[in-house]
Design a binder for this molecule. Structure first.
Ligand SMILES: [Zn+2]
Length: 654
């Protein structure tokens, strides 16, 4: 019997389901199977370490999270006898709970609740108990008292309403108004006369009127989870490169002591490891969940370098001077000896904690500013996550904003490729380019103030748009000559469409605040007013931005870029302000209302949760791992239950 060797990549399933405003999408790691066995085994141990720490983040995010999850998962895995409509509601709620790691929306920080009656939920739990479910009862507790205790957390929007509240209103305290579990009974006033020894990796608790730091380390808070993580990291070391092994040992040391000096030593070792084909981020990293911006949320990512895509980034970086010499701005602003910023394109195999199921698409670490200045940082773009986002976007959505079917088809075929190419150009030859005028006193940031970020983002975008049609890209092997014209047109069309579609995000008022959004609106607004590249057309009461002249688009971008570079180099605040006030900030609310109606009709998701690949070790008779197989679960519940060890397959692994 023979089976097809590969199913067509395009035909694979990306969008798995919609749950309210969330999309659930499968993530693929195509290069994994081709990795050397040693790298696969290394990734496997790091993958186990990522799963081992997952519940730390659950607990950090909300003190009741793990109990709530246990109750939900026990009901879902013992559904016999549960009323069907109640079960459907518990499923909906649990999926959102998994995607957001608890009952708080990851975009708005706001709580969401079960919408069935509490009595119906209790009946469901009793039916599950009759079917063999075992609930997390405390000593002396019955199922009824457990459910009564958890009831406000599942059902009451006014209890613990926000996971993080940075502006709770006058007279209210940001720590007391935040429902996360990074502080217990602590207010900002308590901290005035207190010096933390473990600002990043501790929970702060007031006990008998005294502040105590519960340190996240072996022997401290999360001891059992951290021991398990360390066990897997230890198992990974023999398969790592020398530099990566050094970093992993430093990480273990930090998990053992929790001391800041050991965290710094780890950050340094991690940054120094620039060439390993496999890497991991594992620890207490981002501080967004803490209203104070101090406490690190636990996360883990495991990934390998995508050699093909990284080669493209390095080629661009190596030619940074070539591009600099041809920038469409005055010679005085050209930099001799420019160096491209280097970064890796990676494919993630697993993301847990603060990075999964909702994932970032780019990461630059470490966050410690002194280490960044002294030792540099590592930057990664998550290729397979970007691709999965793109592939899960409904074709109907592109069609809605495309003037012609040809444009929609071009977008379908090329927008993912073109956006990755221009994103790399933006980062690698955009931000690093240009020089500042000798006349400028101080840095452009200080002089251009609140205009700086939007101007700098525009500059990097314009560099990418200006060079994307250049034959140099074909010469570098970054795009095929036969496809080049289509790729350029698809990118210009996508850029113009986006200026319209992005208005859906500003549902109130008639002003854009966010810098990247200002930048894109400014570029398109300027081109509409100052070139023949674009036309505004209307059909059936709908507005379209149509690219009518690709050459004029590039020529216009060049003129605008020359001016934007001059503004930055000279620190011309008035010109920057005028540019954005004229083209980048204000919009017609009637147009926005039209866009919102079109987007809502298509039910565009507002965020995405990813189902990660699944790894399974192949072992010999002695239990030694000889190979690792990758598969794709294509189902959120299957994966989440497996991570929580509620599926047979994961128990069998142990
Ligand atoms: Zn940028």
């Amino acid at each position: 019997m023979s089976v097809p060797v590969t199913s067509r990549v395009d035909a694979r399933k990306y969008l798995l389901e919609r749950v309210d405003e969330a999309a659930v999408v499968q993530l693929y790691a195509d290069g994994f199977s081709e990795l050397p066995t040693r790298d696969k085994i290394l990734i496997y141990h790091l993958y186990e370490a990522a799963i081992a720490g997952r519940d730390i983040y659950y607990d950090q995010r909300y003190a009741h999270n793990l109990e709530m999850r246990d109750v939900l998962e026990e009901i879902l895995t013992h559904p016999a006898g549960v009323d069907e409509s109640t079960l459907a509601e518990i499923r909906r709620y649990t999926k959102l709970f998994w995607i957001n790691t608890g009952p708080y929306n990851n975009l708005t920080a706001r709580k969401f609740v079960l919408t069935c009656a509490p009595e119906a939920f209790e009946a469901a739990a009793r039916a599950a108990r009759a079917a063999g479910a075992r609930f997390p009862l405390r000593a002396g507790e019955t199922l009824e008292t457990l459910l009564a205790r958890l009831r406000p957390y599942f059902f009451d929007l006014s209890v613990d309403s926000l996971v993080t509240s940075k502006t709770p209103g006058s007279g209210k305290d940001i720590l007391e108004a935040s429902a996360n579990n990074l502080y217990t009974n602590v207010s900002m006033a308590d901290l005035e006369a207190f010096v933390e020894r473990y600002p990043l990796n501790s929970r702060l608790v007031k006990r008998d009127g005294r502040l105590v730091e519960e340190v996240y380390r072996i022997g401290g808070r999360y001891d059992a989870y951290i021991r398990a993580i360390v066990g897997h990291l230890d198992a990974a070391i023999p398969f790592a490169t020398g530099e990566m092994a050094t970093a992993l040992r430093a990480l273990i040391r930090f998990y053992e002591t929790g001391e800041t000096a050991d965290r710094e030593a780890y950050d340094i070792a991690w940054v120094r490891d620039r060439d390993s084909p496999v890497d991991t981020i594992n620890g207490f990293v981002e501080v967004y969940m803490d209203a104070r911006g101090m406490k690190g949320a636990w996360e883990a990512l495991v990934y390998y370098v995508n050699p093909h895509k990284t080669a493209g980034i390095r080629k661009l970086a190596a030619e940074a001077q070539w591009f600099e010499d041809r920038m469409p701005w005055a010679d005085a602003y050209k930099n001799q000896g420019v160096r491209g910023v280097s970064a890796n394109a990676i494919d993630v195999v697993i993301e847990t904690g603060d990075s999964g199921p909702v994932t970032p698409v780019g990461i630059n670490l470490p966050n410690d500013q002194t280490i960044r200045e002294r030792y540099g940082s590592k930057s990664v773009s998550l290729s397979n996550a970007t691709e999965a986002y793109d592939r899960s976007t409904s074709p109907e959505f592109r069609r809605e904003f495309s003037w012609s079917s040809e444009e929609a088809e071009r977008a379908e075929k090329w927008s993912s490729f073109a956006s990755e190419l221009t994103t790399n150009m933006h980062e690698v030859i955009g931000h690093g380019s240009g020089r500042i005028s000798d006349r400028l006193q101080g840095s452009p940031q200080t002089v251009l103030k609140e205009q700086y970020s939007a101007l700098e983002e525009s500059r990097a975008d314009l560099v990418a748009l200006y060079f994307v049609p250049d034959p140099k890209l074909v010469e570098l092997g970054l795009v095929d000559e036969a496809d080049h014209a289509d790729v350029v047109r698809a990118e210009y069309e996508a850029y113009a469409r986006n200026a319209l579609v992005q208005l859906r995000r500003v549902r109130e008022g008639s002003q854009i605040e966010e810098d990247h959004m200002r930048n894109r609106q400014m570029v398109v607004g300027w081109l509409l007013a100052n070139s023949r590249a674009l036309e505004i057309r209307r059909r059936d009461g709908k507005t379209y931005y149509v690219v009518v002249d690709v050459k004029a688009f590039q020529e216009g971008v060049g003129r605008l870029l020359a001016d934007v570079q001059r503004i930055k180099a000279e620190g011309d605040y008035e010109a920057a302000k005028a540019l954005f006030e004229t083209y980048g900030v204000h919009f017609d609310p009637a147009l926005r209302d039209e866009i919102v109606a079109r987007v809502d009709r298509l039910q565009m998701p507002s965020y995405t949760g990813f189902v990660q690949p699944r790894l399974e070790a192949v072992r010999d008779g002695h239990g030694e791992i000889t190979d690792v197989e990758i598969s794709y679960p294509l189902d959120l519940a299957t994966q989440m239950l497996e991570y929580s060890e509620r599926s047979g397959s994961r128990r069998a692994l142990r």
